[in-house]
Design a protein around this ligand. Structure first.
Ligand SMILES: C[S@@+](CC[C@H](N)C(=O)[O-])C[C@H]1O[C@@H](n2cnc3c(N)ncnc32)[C@H](O)[C@@H]1O
Length: 228
Protein backbone atom coordinates (compact mmCIF):
# COMPACT_ATOMS: atom_id res chain seq x y z
CA UNK A 1 0.00 0.00 0.00
CA UNK A 2 2.82 2.38 0.96
CA UNK A 3 4.69 1.43 -2.21
CA UNK A 4 1.55 2.21 -4.21
CA UNK A 5 1.48 5.76 -2.83
CA UNK A 6 5.14 6.34 -3.71
CA UNK A 7 4.76 4.70 -7.12
CA UNK A 8 1.75 6.91 -7.88
CA UNK A 9 3.85 9.99 -7.07
CA UNK A 10 6.70 8.71 -9.25
CA UNK A 11 4.19 8.02 -12.03
CA UNK A 12 2.79 11.56 -11.78
CA UNK A 13 6.33 12.91 -11.94
CA UNK A 14 7.83 16.21 -10.92
CA UNK A 15 5.28 19.06 -10.87
CA UNK A 16 5.72 21.67 -13.62
CA UNK A 17 6.36 24.61 -11.26
CA UNK A 18 8.95 27.17 -12.27
CA UNK A 19 10.52 27.46 -8.81
CA UNK A 20 12.84 24.50 -8.13
CA UNK A 21 12.20 24.44 -4.35
CA UNK A 22 8.41 24.40 -4.93
CA UNK A 23 8.80 21.55 -7.41
CA UNK A 24 10.77 19.50 -4.88
CA UNK A 25 8.23 20.14 -2.16
CA UNK A 26 5.34 19.26 -4.51
CA UNK A 27 7.09 16.04 -5.51
CA UNK A 28 8.30 14.86 -2.11
CA UNK A 29 5.66 16.07 0.39
CA UNK A 30 3.35 13.08 -0.21
CA UNK A 31 6.29 10.61 -0.21
CA UNK A 32 8.20 11.90 2.82
CA UNK A 33 6.79 9.33 5.27
CA UNK A 34 7.77 6.40 3.02
CA UNK A 35 10.85 7.97 1.46
CA UNK A 36 13.50 6.07 3.41
CA UNK A 37 11.93 2.64 3.10
CA UNK A 38 11.32 2.89 -0.66
CA UNK A 39 14.75 4.39 -1.38
CA UNK A 40 16.58 1.57 0.45
CA UNK A 41 15.97 -0.52 -2.67
CA UNK A 42 16.24 2.29 -5.21
CA UNK A 43 19.46 4.06 -4.16
CA UNK A 44 22.36 1.58 -3.85
CA UNK A 45 25.97 2.28 -2.84
CA UNK A 46 25.20 4.75 -0.09
CA UNK A 47 26.55 2.59 2.75
CA UNK A 48 29.67 1.94 0.69
CA UNK A 49 30.21 5.67 0.06
CA UNK A 50 29.92 6.37 3.78
CA UNK A 51 32.59 3.67 4.31
CA UNK A 52 34.84 5.53 1.89
CA UNK A 53 34.17 8.81 3.69
CA UNK A 54 35.39 7.53 7.12
CA UNK A 55 34.45 10.62 9.22
CA UNK A 56 37.06 11.22 11.94
CA UNK A 57 36.62 12.77 15.42
CA UNK A 58 36.61 16.57 15.34
CA UNK A 59 35.78 16.83 11.65
CA UNK A 60 33.26 19.10 9.97
CA UNK A 61 31.18 17.16 7.44
CA UNK A 62 28.52 18.43 5.00
CA UNK A 63 25.92 16.55 2.98
CA UNK A 64 24.46 18.63 0.13
CA UNK A 65 20.97 17.50 -0.91
CA UNK A 66 20.64 15.48 2.30
CA UNK A 67 16.89 14.81 2.18
CA UNK A 68 15.69 12.97 5.30
CA UNK A 69 19.20 12.72 6.80
CA UNK A 70 19.27 8.95 6.24
CA UNK A 71 22.90 8.65 5.14
CA UNK A 72 24.66 9.64 8.40
CA UNK A 73 22.84 6.66 9.97
CA UNK A 74 25.54 4.62 8.21
CA UNK A 75 28.13 6.27 10.50
CA UNK A 76 25.86 7.06 13.46
CA UNK A 77 28.36 5.85 16.05
CA UNK A 78 30.89 8.39 14.74
CA UNK A 79 28.49 11.36 14.75
CA UNK A 80 28.85 12.36 18.44
CA UNK A 81 32.62 12.83 18.04
CA UNK A 82 32.33 15.10 14.98
CA UNK A 83 32.78 18.85 15.36
CA UNK A 84 29.62 19.14 13.33
CA UNK A 85 27.60 17.52 10.57
CA UNK A 86 25.54 19.83 8.37
CA UNK A 87 22.63 18.50 6.32
CA UNK A 88 21.57 20.91 3.55
CA UNK A 89 18.46 20.53 1.42
CA UNK A 90 15.84 22.68 -0.33
CA UNK A 91 12.81 20.51 0.49
CA UNK A 92 11.09 21.25 3.85
CA UNK A 93 9.04 18.00 3.79
CA UNK A 94 12.20 15.85 3.72
CA UNK A 95 14.08 18.11 6.14
CA UNK A 96 11.26 17.68 8.67
CA UNK A 97 12.19 13.97 8.75
CA UNK A 98 15.87 14.89 9.22
CA UNK A 99 14.91 17.11 12.17
CA UNK A 100 13.01 14.20 13.77
CA UNK A 101 15.86 11.79 13.17
CA UNK A 102 18.67 13.96 14.55
CA UNK A 103 16.70 15.83 17.25
CA UNK A 104 18.98 14.48 20.01
CA UNK A 105 22.26 15.39 18.30
CA UNK A 106 23.24 18.99 19.03
CA UNK A 107 26.19 18.86 16.59
CA UNK A 108 23.92 17.97 13.63
CA UNK A 109 22.82 21.16 11.88
CA UNK A 110 19.89 21.03 9.47
CA UNK A 111 19.76 23.83 6.93
CA UNK A 112 17.10 24.64 4.33
CA UNK A 113 19.17 26.13 1.52
CA UNK A 114 20.29 25.74 -2.08
CA UNK A 115 23.32 23.45 -2.43
CA UNK A 116 24.66 25.75 -5.16
CA UNK A 117 24.84 28.75 -2.83
CA UNK A 118 25.02 27.74 0.84
CA UNK A 119 28.47 28.04 2.46
CA UNK A 120 29.61 27.10 5.98
CA UNK A 121 31.28 29.68 8.21
CA UNK A 122 34.56 27.72 8.12
CA UNK A 123 36.15 25.31 5.61
CA UNK A 124 35.05 21.70 6.08
CA UNK A 125 36.84 18.32 6.03
CA UNK A 126 34.42 16.44 3.77
CA UNK A 127 31.44 17.16 1.52
CA UNK A 128 29.28 14.53 -0.11
CA UNK A 129 26.33 14.21 -2.49
CA UNK A 130 24.15 11.10 -2.47
CA UNK A 131 21.76 10.91 -5.43
CA UNK A 132 21.47 14.70 -5.29
CA UNK A 133 23.68 15.92 -8.16
CA UNK A 134 21.24 14.46 -10.72
CA UNK A 135 18.41 16.46 -9.10
CA UNK A 136 20.21 19.80 -8.97
CA UNK A 137 19.63 21.74 -12.20
CA UNK A 138 22.88 23.73 -11.92
CA UNK A 139 24.96 20.73 -10.84
CA UNK A 140 28.21 22.39 -11.97
CA UNK A 141 27.58 25.26 -9.55
CA UNK A 142 26.83 22.72 -6.78
CA UNK A 143 30.14 20.92 -7.39
CA UNK A 144 32.07 24.19 -7.53
CA UNK A 145 30.40 25.26 -4.30
CA UNK A 146 31.32 21.95 -2.65
CA UNK A 147 34.92 22.35 -3.71
CA UNK A 148 35.05 25.94 -2.47
CA UNK A 149 33.91 24.94 1.04
CA UNK A 150 36.49 22.12 1.35
CA UNK A 151 39.79 22.70 3.13
CA UNK A 152 42.96 21.64 1.27
CA UNK A 153 43.25 17.88 1.78
CA UNK A 154 39.49 17.60 2.33
CA UNK A 155 37.37 14.84 0.72
CA UNK A 156 34.62 15.14 -1.87
CA UNK A 157 32.42 12.05 -2.31
CA UNK A 158 29.52 11.34 -4.66
CA UNK A 159 27.18 8.43 -5.36
CA UNK A 160 24.60 8.73 -8.14
CA UNK A 161 23.03 7.23 -11.23
CA UNK A 162 24.77 7.89 -14.52
CA UNK A 163 24.95 7.10 -18.22
CA UNK A 164 28.11 5.48 -19.61
CA UNK A 165 29.81 5.09 -22.98
CA UNK A 166 29.19 1.32 -22.72
CA UNK A 167 25.42 1.77 -23.10
CA UNK A 168 23.59 1.75 -26.42
CA UNK A 169 21.96 4.98 -27.60
CA UNK A 170 18.59 3.34 -27.04
CA UNK A 171 19.41 2.44 -23.43
CA UNK A 172 20.69 5.96 -22.74
CA UNK A 173 17.56 7.46 -24.26
CA UNK A 174 15.29 5.16 -22.25
CA UNK A 175 16.93 5.84 -18.90
CA UNK A 176 17.20 9.56 -19.54
CA UNK A 177 13.46 9.76 -20.28
CA UNK A 178 12.52 7.45 -17.43
CA UNK A 179 14.39 9.42 -14.75
CA UNK A 180 13.78 12.94 -16.07
CA UNK A 181 10.03 12.43 -15.54
CA UNK A 182 10.83 12.52 -11.81
CA UNK A 183 13.27 15.41 -12.03
CA UNK A 184 16.39 13.20 -12.12
CA UNK A 185 18.73 14.14 -14.95
CA UNK A 186 21.22 11.40 -15.81
CA UNK A 187 24.26 12.98 -17.36
CA UNK A 188 27.57 11.44 -18.40
CA UNK A 189 29.17 14.87 -17.94
CA UNK A 190 28.94 14.49 -14.14
CA UNK A 191 31.66 11.83 -14.00
CA UNK A 192 33.61 13.61 -16.76
CA UNK A 193 33.72 16.76 -14.62
CA UNK A 194 34.47 14.83 -11.42
CA UNK A 195 37.47 13.05 -12.93
CA UNK A 196 38.97 16.39 -13.96
CA UNK A 197 38.22 18.16 -10.69
CA UNK A 198 40.72 16.83 -8.15
CA UNK A 199 44.29 15.49 -8.45
CA UNK A 200 43.61 12.28 -6.48
CA UNK A 201 40.40 10.37 -6.94
CA UNK A 202 38.77 6.97 -7.24
CA UNK A 203 35.76 6.26 -9.46
CA UNK A 204 33.90 2.95 -9.60
CA UNK A 205 30.94 2.14 -11.81
CA UNK A 206 28.29 -0.51 -11.10
CA UNK A 207 24.82 -1.46 -12.28
CA UNK A 208 21.65 -1.87 -10.27
CA UNK A 209 18.17 -3.26 -10.88
CA UNK A 210 15.30 -0.80 -10.51
CA UNK A 211 12.37 -1.98 -8.33
CA UNK A 212 9.35 -3.05 -10.44
CA UNK A 213 11.40 -3.05 -13.68
CA UNK A 214 12.56 -6.70 -13.85
CA UNK A 215 15.47 -7.47 -16.13
CA UNK A 216 16.57 -3.85 -16.53
CA UNK A 217 19.59 -2.32 -14.84
CA UNK A 218 20.97 1.20 -14.76
CA UNK A 219 24.55 2.31 -14.08
CA UNK A 220 25.54 4.16 -10.94
CA UNK A 221 28.93 5.27 -9.64
CA UNK A 222 30.85 6.01 -6.49
CA UNK A 223 33.43 8.77 -6.55
CA UNK A 224 35.82 10.00 -3.91
CA UNK A 225 38.49 12.66 -4.38
CA UNK A 226 40.96 14.65 -2.29
CA UNK A 227 41.41 18.39 -2.74
CA UNK A 228 45.02 19.33 -3.42
C1 LIG B 1 17.07 11.62 -4.50
S1 LIG B 1 17.09 12.72 -3.15
C2 LIG B 1 18.48 12.10 -2.21
C3 LIG B 1 18.38 12.44 -0.75
C4 LIG B 1 19.51 11.86 0.13
N1 LIG B 1 20.79 12.42 -0.23
C5 LIG B 1 19.53 10.36 0.07
O1 LIG B 1 20.56 9.77 -0.33
O2 LIG B 1 18.53 9.73 0.47
C6 LIG B 1 17.73 14.23 -3.84
C7 LIG B 1 17.71 15.37 -2.86
O3 LIG B 1 18.30 16.54 -3.45
C8 LIG B 1 17.59 17.67 -2.96
N2 LIG B 1 17.87 18.82 -3.84
C9 LIG B 1 17.58 18.96 -5.15
N3 LIG B 1 18.01 20.16 -5.59
C10 LIG B 1 18.61 20.78 -4.53
C11 LIG B 1 19.29 22.02 -4.37
N4 LIG B 1 19.44 22.88 -5.39
N5 LIG B 1 19.78 22.32 -3.16
C12 LIG B 1 19.65 21.46 -2.11
N6 LIG B 1 19.03 20.27 -2.21
C13 LIG B 1 18.52 19.92 -3.41
C14 LIG B 1 16.14 17.18 -2.98
O4 LIG B 1 15.28 17.99 -2.20
C15 LIG B 1 16.29 15.78 -2.44
O5 LIG B 1 16.22 15.75 -1.04
Amino acid sequence: MNDARTLWQLFRGMPAEVNHAHRLQGFYAAQAADYDRFRERLLPGRAELMEWLQPEPGERIVELGAGTGRNPEFFRTRVPALKNLTLVDLCPALLAKAHERWADSSNVLIIEADACIWRPAEPVDAVYFSYALTMIPDWRAALENALAMLRPGGRLAVVDFTLTRHQSRLAKHFWHKWFSHDGVNLNQQHTEMLTGLLPFYELREYRTQIPYLPGLSVPYYLYSGIKG
